[in-house]
Design a protein around this ligand. Structure first.
Ligand code: SAM
Length: 334
């Protein structure tokens, strides 16, 4: 059994899974569907500053991810936003395509349905989901990222989400608790060799018939990046091992469409689609960086590029693009 130190050094007893941290300040006790084993809902009083704060026992890979994102949290949103320059163009393409693909899969009607944003970070997608009428739970390894999410919801005047510090490899929610599960921005890739466990957990907490939307690192994109920066031999090494290095220097698991199909299937979900995203903007950057720089400063070209990205989404260019976007549906009667 794992004992986990909880709020203010408390010990959460009887934990079959290493979690304990549920923000109670944001939703009335017992309405969140989240239960700490051995304790009544609402039994843990919120910490005044960080109601979800706890110390979970993490393996070194996940501990490193947590520390890295805690460090990045205060400036994370500035680094990833549409705007001037190449990075701004990449993010605009990524965000436009991602939001279109997410919105197409929201439960209908959305009002009151429960959504989990797993590895939700600063809550950028969660806030958009909340605006569509979903009730949000945001789970993340990093309390620093969760603090940003709390502040974002407050700034936007949105109802506070339920905030949970935890790992997607061991989710503190009952089976079938959510009508929609989002795991965007590579949290599954950060789990490294534990990716299977993470996918099983995400499927477990979705209700039968619910959609799951996952954003993951694309094995082919890492191959292209390494080909350009380190040469063919190293790119092939990577392809064989399936491990890449993220921009923060941490190892990440990269995926292929068939691998996702297999993993989701054995977890009890059907893979409905896989898209590469963004497609044209990534290709432009790989093929001709100078042209990409020029396009980033030309409003007309930018707009045409983003429109072309959207138009190609239904054409089924699986496996190309900087990242993979996978949509699955949990099996079972809806
Ligand atoms: C690139 S950020 C993406 C954040 C957000 N989903 C977005 O798209 O803006 C990756 C996030 O995943 C979180 N993360 C990584 N591994 C995780 C895990 N095992 N469990 C929960 N969160 C994790 C990190 O702490 C970080 O906030």
């Amino acid at each position: 059994m794992v004992l986990v130190t909880g709020l203010e050094g408390r010990v959460c007893p009887g934990m079959a899974r290493p979690y304990c941290c549920v923000a109670r300040g944001s939703s009335p006790a017992g309405t969140g569907g989240v239960q700490v084993p051995g304790q009544a809902p609402g039994a843990l009083p919120p910490h005044p500053a960080r109601p979800w704060r706890c110390r979970m026992k993490l393996d070194p890979q996940l501990e490193r991810v947590r520390l890295t994102y805690d460090g990045a949290a205060p400036t994370y949103d500035q680094s990833y936003r549409p705007g001037a320059g190449l990075k701004g163009l990449m993010w605009e393409a990524y965000q436009t395509v991602t939001w279109k693909l997410i919105r197409d899969r929201l439960p209908s009607p959305t009002a009151g349905a429960r959504a989990l944003d797993a590895g939700g970070g600063t809550g950028r997608w969660a806030a958009l989901l909340a605006r569509e009428g979903l009730r949000l739970t945001i789970l993340d390894l990093s309390p620093g990222m969760l603090e940003q999410a709390r502040a974002r919801f407050a700034d936007l005047g949105l109802a506070p989400p339920e905030l949970v510090e935890g790992s997607i490899t061991s989710l503190p929610f009952p089976d079938g608790a959510f009508d929609f599960v989002l795991c965007e921005g590579d949290p599954v890739s950060y789990c490294g060799p534990q990716y299977s466990q993470a996918i099983s957990e995400l499927v477990r907490v979705a209700r039968p018939g619910a959609h799951l939307v996952l954003g993951l690192d694309n094995r082919v994109a890492y191959f292209v990046d390494l080909l350009r920066s380190r040469g063919l031999a190293e790119a092939l090494d990577h392809l064989e091992r399936g491990i890449g290095l993220c921009p923060y220097g941490m190892e990440v698991m990269t995926f292929t469409p068939r691998m996702l199909d297999r993993e989701l299937d054995s977890a009890g979900a059907d893979l409905l689609e896989v898209q590469g995203k963004p497609l044209l903007t990534s290709l432009l950057l790989w093929v001709d960086r100078a042209q990409a720089e020029r396009a980033s400063g030309d409003e007309g070209l930018r707009a045409r590029l983003i429109a072309a990205e959207q138009a190609l989404l239904s054409e089924g260019y699986r496996g190309l693009g900087g990242h993979l976007h996978a949509v699955a549906r949990k099996r079972g009667p809806a």
